[in-house]
Design a protein around this ligand. Sequence first.
Ligand SMILES: Nc1nc2c(ncn2[C@@H]2O[C@H](COP(=O)(O)OP(=O)(O)OP(=O)(O)O)[C@@H](O)[C@H]2O)c(=O)[nH]1
Length: 217
Amino acid sequence: MVVQVKHNTNHSGKTMDGAQQKVEANILLLGAENVGKSALTVRFLTRRFIGEYGEIESIYNHNDKIDGRDISFNIWDSLYPQNCETTESITEKHLQWADGLILVYSICDRSSFEVVRQQVHRIKQAKKTSGVSPIIIVGNKRDLQHQRTVSSEEGRLLALSADCGFFEISAAEAYHGVLLVFHELFDLIREARALKKGGFKGIVRSMSAVFGRKRTE
Ligand SMILES: Nc1nc2c(ncn2[C@@H]2O[C@H](COP(=O)(O)OP(=O)(O)OP(=O)(O)O)[C@@H](O)[C@H]2O)c(=O)[nH]1
């Protein structure tokens, strides 16, 4: 059961001028407990790391600007359920809602890496016919190098084998890595939408929009 609390944040603090249509993207965060899903979400929403987050499952709304375009992110910070199998915790409802998924593990918790492996498998199986929404795998808690039990290489290989994006970050240490995760996922969602809409021409258009743009950071 989802407790749907809507929070609204806006990085720029500016009002919409109404001239351009806002693009919406539904992002679902999955992963084992205690890996930093809420930390990642709150970092993106507020640029801050507050340490403890409580156990509330929420959908947040957040307005951002990418390439001059207004984006409305709906971010579902899911709770990892205690009493069911890893794969059962991802329902059809989750998958239909999500335009893109972020699967989080902790680099110092091997079992959380295995949870992500199972979740990727489950998502790919469930969406075999209708097509999988883009996925980014995130190894969090990069600041805890001395406690690392999952190598970067393992994370990267899993992502490669499942056709997912991959980042290692520390939600505790920096905002920039978290921002990159969400922006990269948005680019992938944009490509997937273009592909659905316009076939090959659509993807070429979308890719040139991505590669042709100047990165400021
Ligand atoms: N050192 C370190 N600690 C982190 C990092 N991200 C989160 N944490 C800590 O890890 C703990 C769990 O973080 P949460 O964001 O609540 O994890 P969650 O995945 O949302 O957990 P559930 O609500 O149980 O699903 C908290 O004590 C955070 O302060 C990180 O990058 N580095």
